[in-house]
Structures are given as C-alpha cells and as structure tokens.
Design a protein. Structure first.
Length: 238
C-alpha cells in the first residue's frame, strides 16, 4: 500500500524551497547507490519555483548531472521556443544554470516541422518504452480542478497498457498536449505533490476524501510513497 506523507508550509515560497532541498538531498543519496537517477519535474507556479530554488541551492553543483535524467509528466504541444512549454520554463529556471547533458533532458516533442500531435505522441511513446525509466521521484503539480499532468476531470480514462497519450482538447489552453497516463505515473517510486494556494483547497480535500478518484489527483498513487509539499492555504480543508 502506498504511504502518504504531508509536509505543510506557511507560504508557496517556503513550499518550493523545501521541495527543492528534499530533491537535491534525495538525488545525492541515490547517486551514492546507483549509476543513474531518473526524476520527474513539472510545470506550474510552484513546480517552476521549485526548480528555481534548486538552481539557487548551495549543494546544486555537488550533483553529477551526467548521471541524472529528467522527465516531464506532460507538455503543451506548441512551438519549441514557446513560453507555454514546461521545458522552456524549466530551462530558464534550472537547466541553464547546471551542467546537464541535453540527452539527459527527455522533453516531449514540440510542434515543429509539420509534426502532428499524433505523430509527436507516438514518437515520445516509443522513446519512453525504449528507455523504460524507473523514475525515483517526480514533482507533480495540481490544478484547481484537480487535474494532474494533462489528465483532466471528465475525460475518458486511457486504455490499459498505454503510457503516453495525446490530449487534443484541453479545457485549459493551449488545447493540444501530450501526457503520461495514470498507469505510467503510478509506476513512479514516489510522487511529490507541490501544491499551494487557496484555489487548490477543494481539490486537495477530495484527494484525501473517501472517494479520491472523483478527481484525477486522487487516481495518482506512487509505487511506494505520495509526498505532499503543501502550503497552509491549499491544506485549509484537511
């Protein structure tokens, strides 16, 4: 059974600082035990703020990034240089500040060179299957509607055995996206939810209710632990 751990903080900034500190310490510990470490990162205000805090951390450069691989839970299918891309935001917040090989950044394809959403999804699905990463932990944001990655309320559940899907009609723009599925997310060793703001309180309440799968957030459970880095405003109804 998946263990749940909750860390509460006074502010969104304190939440991001703690999540970044925990991430760096975990990566350093894992690199002492294994040759390579795969982790997941996320977009959203707190997710990107966490990466920015990672970039400012005193131990940032103690990590051998040649042995660390970064993955995303989802991506907006827009131009490669679009500020809407989680990858571009992560590049600005963290990756331009560290020495990480480009081949270790497993970004979803962008809407370039006539590539369709279906083709991009298939291309990334093939890459994901080929690498078959065992992701040690993944930062995961959550929308006020309880969506996770690009898995939105009211959408049909992905078929079994599928790790990567296209979302052609996101209720939140931009409309076209690519996302890991619940099945892929639930194989991750630990999901680290980074959530802040009073507008998230209702969805957080559902996630901890007796019927959590009413929202996508409640359908996500890591293989071993769900860890919540959450501010007091988002946790107000717990």
């Amino acid at each position: 059974m998946t263990e749940t751990v909750i860390h509460r903080f006074a502010t969104p900034d304190a939440t991001a600082i703690a999540a970044a500190d925990a991430g760096i310490e975990r990566v350093l510990g894992l690199l002492a035990e294994r040759d390579a470490v795969h982790i997941g990162v996320t977009g959203g205000t707190v997710g990107i703020r966490t990466l920015a805090m990672w970039a400012l951390h005193a131990k940032r450069d103690e990590i051998d990034y040649s042995r660390v691989h970064f993955w995303w839970g989802d991506e907006r299918f827009v131009a490669a240089d679009s500020a809407d891309r989680n990858f571009v935001q992560a590049q600005d917040a963290l990756f331009q500040h560290i020495k990480v090989p480009q081949e270790n950044l497993h970004a979803f394809p962008a809407a370039e060179n006539g590539l369709t959403l279906a083709e991009a999804t298939r291309t990334f699905a093939e890459h994901f299957a080929e690498v078959s990463p065992q992701i040690a932990f993944a930062y995961m944001g959550m929308g006020p509607d309880g969506h996770i990655a690009s898995l939105f309320p009211g959408k049909q559940l992905p078929a079994a055995g599928i790790d990567v899907i296209a979302e052609p009609d996101s209720p939140k723009p931009p409309a076209e996206r690519i996302s890991l599925t619940f099945e892929a997310l639930n194989r991750i060793d630990e999901i680290w939810f980074t959530v802040a703001g009073a507008d998230k309180a209702d969805a957080v309440e559902v996630a901890f209710s007796s019927e959590p799968d009413r929202l996508p957030v409640g359908r996500v459970h890591a293989a071993t632990r769900n860890v919540w880095f959450i501010d007091e405003a988002a946790a107000a109804k717990l």
